[in-house]
Design a protein around this ligand. Structure first.
Ligand SMILES: [Zn+2]
Length: 119
């Protein structure tokens, strides 16, 4: 399942599942990352696994863009996207901050519902 949004650098990219994905009037794409509108578009008809694969690829484009790279070598993005997909999928709690979140919420007296927390 794709996240609704992802924070990359200082901005959030919103995920949009679309019946067609267009880049420069060409509609023959499975995904696209728009650095101006801050969206990652994914083709609706793809299988769930392919959606994740394409999403990881577009996420690498977002990461490269936020890191200041204007030119993205497509082969490099594809290779990194494949590995990023596996790393994100197989290590969901890699940098989990549950304890810090609990502590911060308690100090501020905020409601902290962890029932959907992955840990
Ligand atoms: Zn690409």
């Amino acid at each position: 399942m794709l996240p609704e949004k992802v924070k990359v650098g200082g901005v959030y990219y919103e995920t949009k599942t679309m019946p067609t994905v267009r880049i420069n009037h060409d509609r023959n794409y499975m995904g696209a990352c728009d650095y101006t509108r801050l969206t990652i578009e994914i083709l609706e008809e793809l299988s769930d696994e392919r959606k994740e694969d394409v999403y990881a690829h577009e996420l690498v484009h977002a990461i490269f863009n936020e890191a200041g790279f204007d030119e993205h070598d497509e082969d490099t993005v594809t290779r990194l996207g494949k590995v990023l997909h596996q790393v994100l999928k197989d290590n969901t709690n890699f940098f989990c901050n549950k304890k810090e979140n609990d502590k911060r919420a308690k100090e501020k007296g905020e409601f902290n519902d962890n029932k959907n927390h992955p840990c």
